[in-house]
Ligand binder design. Sequence first.
Ligand SMILES: NC(=O)c1ccc[n+]([C@@H]2O[C@H](COP(=O)([O-])OP(=O)(O)OC[C@H]3O[C@@H](n4cnc5c(N)ncnc54)[C@H](O)[C@@H]3O)[C@@H](O)[C@H]2O)c1
Length: 370
Amino acid sequence: MVKRQGTVEKLAMKPNFWQGRRVFITGHTGFKGSWMSLWLQKLGAELTGYALPPPAGPSLFNEASVAEHMTSCQGDVRDANALTVSIQAASPEIVFHMAAQSLVRVSYQNPLETYATNVMGTVNLLEAVRATPSVKAVVIVTTDKCYENREWVWGYRENDPMGGYDPYSSSKACAELVSSAYRSSFFNVQDYDSHGVGIASARAGNVIGGGDWAEDRLIPDILAAFEKNKTALIRNPGAVRPWQHVLEPVRGYMLLAERMFCEGPFYADSWNFGPNAEDIRPVSWIAENMAKLWGGCAQWDIDPSEHPHEAVSLKLDISKARDSLQWQPRLELRDALKLVVEWSRKRQSGVDVRALTEQQISNYQELDQQ
Ligand SMILES: NC(=O)c1ccc[n+]([C@@H]2O[C@H](COP(=O)([O-])OP(=O)(O)OC[C@H]3O[C@@H](n4cnc5c(N)ncnc54)[C@H](O)[C@@H]3O)[C@@H](O)[C@H]2O)c1
C-alpha cells in the first residue's frame, strides 16, 4: 500500500465533486445500482449505465424511472466487445463495476453463468478500462463473502485470505484476485504517475433498503410474506451477518472513487464497508424487529425445508475505512429497518417511488454532511 502524503483533515463526501463528472456504472438496473444511479443523478453526474434489463416483476429501476436521467445501455458484461464500445463511447472519468450474478442460491443452480459473469465480466471490464484513456478511478464491487470463512468470532480484515464455499462467494473472491492482478500488472500504484489510474475493490456486507425484490434474500422474503398477511419463513435464523442500509456502502464506493480521483494511489486498494459491531446481528433479530415495525399480526417462523450450505457467522472489520477513508456508518440498524418499512408502506399507498427514494437519499446525505 502506498503511503498517504500529508494529513487529510476532513474526508466527508463532497457533493460538488460529482457535478458534471462522467461516470460509468455496470449493474445500474439492479438494487444497489438503482439507488446509486438516483444519487449520482441528483448530484449532477453525467451517468452511463450498462447492464442486463431488470428481471420480470417489480424493480426499483422501472418503478423509479431510473433510466430517465442517464444514458442506459442494455448489455452483457460477458460480451467484451460490446462493453468496450460502450465504455469508450461514454469516455468516463470514474467507473463503478457492480454488475454480477449476485445470488448464492442461483450460483448453486448455475455456477457456469455465475463464474462467467462475475469473473470474466470483471476481466472484460478491466480490459475495457485499459482501452479507455479517460478513466482515472475504478471501484470493483465484490462482497464480504469473498473471504475464506473460518466461522470465527472476529471480523475479516482486508488482508485476510480470499475463499468461498459456494460458487457465488468463490466467484467474488476470484473477482478480487483479478482486480489485484490487474492493479499489479497494468495499474501499479508505484507507476501511478505514468498511467494515472486507481483500481480499488469494495467488500460490503448484506445490504437492505426499499426496492429489493431479489429472490432468496431475507428482507424481500419477509416483506413479501407480511404484505400478504402470511408468516415469513426464515431459513437460517442463527446466521450472523453484517447488515447495513444500501446507502451506507454506496456512499463508501463514491467516497472511495472521489478520493482515488483527487489523491491517486493511496486509495487504490481493497476496502471493507460494513456496520458498527453492535449491528452485526443474527437473522432472527432482523425477522423479529421487522415484525415489530410492520405491526399487526406480522410474524415469522423457521423454514423447515432443506437448504444449501451457508456460512453461520460472517463479520467485517471496518477499521481501515474508518481510519484511512474516514468513512463510518451513519445509520443504526434499527433506523435502517425503519427506512425499509417506511419505503414499502409508502409505495403500497401509491406514492411516487422516485420521489420517495430521492427523499430518503436527501435525508441520508444530510446525515453525512453533519
Ligand atoms: N445485495 C447485497 O446484499 C450485496 C452484498 C454485498 C455485495 N453485493 C454486490 O453488489 C453488487 C450489486 O448487487 P445488487 O444487490 O444490486 O444485485 P442485483 O442482482 O440487484 O443487480 C445485479 C445487476 O447486475 C446486472 N447483471 C447481472 N448479470 C449481468 C451480465 N451478465 N451482464 C450485465 N449485467 C448483468 C443486472 O442486470 C443488475 O443490474 C453485486 O456485485 C453484488 O454481488 C450485494
